[in-house]
Ligand binder design. Structure first.
Ligand code: BES
Ligand code: MN
Ligand code: ZN
Length: 503
């Protein structure tokens, strides 16, 4: 879908469908909706009086104009309670409206920017929300079928704004939103691809190609490079796979690293998680979903793309350790002991606690950026986080107050919710090992599995402010929600980009 911007009145705009809006409780709409109502001889007011169009958030009402306007269809979308109106309401309203427009079969759609007028929101932010929500709502996962793919019917979305003074801000907002949404879509595509296609090699090549297109610096470490660095814990996971592991390093503003603040993002990139010899149960058969166990890595690659295209004034480093967690005769076994990059040792209790293993060496590698102002990792790390928070928020683990505030603010601004989880020192006692510095799981005692995983990671962090986001409950949407169609969500991309933009 292409997004264009026009300075115009929406009522007389020629498109297959035009989108206007309504706050809850409004009986006689004004503004653009009022103009459309007037042109239709008061039909919107009539439907409101009937009680069939209430302005409830996300409610859509489709009207046919029968020649009264150039556009044959008008869609009225509810913005909800004016007192509670915010950017998240703009995203919800936009997503519902664009989905209804697509369902109606419109190929060309025009919309106003919800919230930029009487809504009182910053027009640039509102326009960004409209662009992001439209693109992400219409996303369909790659489909390899002899009958062809899915895909949206809408070909062009025109954002229409009457005020010439607001036009520059709206143009900027749409452009920002497009870059962020396209980046999230890159991550969703990688996430949705099965593990026989989205291998470590394929993801690393995708990152390399993206870096060449956007001007990012890209280095890919091969197995031998990782061996030379002593990344024995990461490589322990890769031992059981015939797919060679890769370690992607992306850098934005590398040449200006000395003058700019450095922020490091780290993402878990397990392209398929069978559990290893601590095999995941095959029935009920949900193992196929473990193709999304590289969402953290995909998010980081996507966030770096956005950082480059938005030209953020920061030195941003993205680290993506990529490997399968499968088994062969050389695979790691429970009880095995491995030494990581900094010389710390760990004992394998469960080969299914592999995410924290690959992150251990990635977090150690992050220590090379000695003056990093923050290191943030994202990982589909534990089933326990979705037991705790469901699909409503990712877990946030950090002992740094300022970093927590920045991340919570980015979460609130984007609607990609985070919830703080505890890092009590006592959790570390539970992963003390009799044979090594630390063990990777407390199993079969699985209490507080989510906090012990964070303590394991903390053991391998270096001297930098660090936060860990457990996105296991958010990476794959069981049922469609506004802006998140069912399936791959790329949860975290919008959050990370906001965090970087606000820095
Ligand atoms: N990738 C999984 C976590 C996961 C589970 C994500 C379910 C999404 C849905 C991770 O590698 C894992 O297997 N974690 C184990 C840890 C345990 C062995 C300590 C878990 O959560 O069961
Ligand atoms: Mn696992
Ligand atoms: Zn995993």
């Amino acid at each position: 879908m292409e997004i264009t911007i026009r300075q115009a009145n929406i009522a007389p705009y020629a498109a297959d469908l035009i989108i206007v809006n309504l706050f809850e409780g409004v009986l006689h709409p004004g503004g653009a909706t009022g103009a459309v109502d007037h042109a239709l001889g008061g039909r919107i007011s009539e439907i409101i009086a009937l009680g069939d169009c209430t302005g409830k958030l996300g409610e859509t009402t489709l009207l046919y104009t029968s020649g009264a306007l150039p556009a044959p269809r008008v869609l009225v979308v509810g913005l909800g309670d004016r007192e509670r109106f915010d950017l998240q309401a703009v995203r919800t309203a936009t997503a519902k409206a664009i989905a209804a427009a697509n369902k109606a079969g419109a190929k060309t759609v025009a919309t106003i920017v919800h919230g930029a007028g009487i809504g009182g929101l910053d027009p640039q932010d509102a326009a960004q929300a409209v662009a992001e929500a439209s693109m992400l709502e219409l996303y369909t996962m790659p489909r390899r079928s002899s009958e062809g793919g899915y895909g949206a019917k809408i070909e062009t979305l025109t954002v229409v704004e009457y005020s010439s003074t607001q036009l520059p801000a709206i143009t900027k907002g749409v452009e920002t939103g497009r870059i962020i949404a396209e980046s999230a879509i890159l991550a969703r595509d990688l996430e949705a691809q099965p593990a026989n296609i989205a291998t470590p090699t394929m993801i690393a090549e995708t990152a390399r190609q993206m870096a060449a297109e956007t001007g990012l610096d890209c280095t890919i470490l091969e197995r031998a490079d990782m061996e030379a660095l002593g990344m024995g814990i990461l490589l322990a996971v890769a031992k059981g796979s015939d797919e060679p592991p890769k370690f992607v390093i992306l850098e934005h503003n590398k040449a200006r690293a000395n003058e700019l603040d450095t922020v490091v993002l780290v993402g878990k990139g397990v392209t398929f998680d069978t559990g290893g010899y601590s095999l995941k149960i095959a029935r009920p058969s949900l193992m196929w979903k473990m193709k999304d166990d590289m969402t953290g890595a995909a998010d980081v690659i996507a966030a770096l793309r956005a950082a480059a295209l938005l030209d953020l004034p920061l030195h941003v480093v993205g680290l993506a350790p990529l490997t399968e967690n499968t088994i062969n005769g050389r695979a790691q076994k429970p009880g095995d002991i491995f030494t990581g990059m900094t010389g710390k040792t760990m004992e394998v209790i469960s080969t299914d606690a592999e995410g924290r293993m690959i992150l251990a060496d990635a977090l150690a590698y992050a220590g090379r950026y000695a003056d990093a102002k923050a290191v943030v990792d994202l990982a589909t790390l534990t089933g326990a986080i979705s037991t705790a928070l469901g699909a409503q928020a990712a877990g946030l683990f950090t002992e740094e107050e300022a970093l927590r505030d920045r991340l919570m603010a980015a979460a609130a601004a984007t609607g990609e919710r985070l919830w703080p989880m505890p890092m009590f020192a006592e959790y570390a006692e539970e992963i003390r090992s009799d044979f090594a510095d630390v063990k990777n799981s407390t199993a079969p005692k699985t209490k507080a599995g989510v906090s012990t995983s964070a303590k394991f990671l903390q053991h391998f962090t270096e001297d930098y402010p660090w936060a860990h986001l457990d996105i296991a409950g958010m990476a794959w949407s069981e049922k469609a929600r506004p802006v998140y169609p069912a399936g791959a969500t790329a949860f975290g991309v919008r959050l990370l980009v906001q965090f970087l933009r606000d820095w």
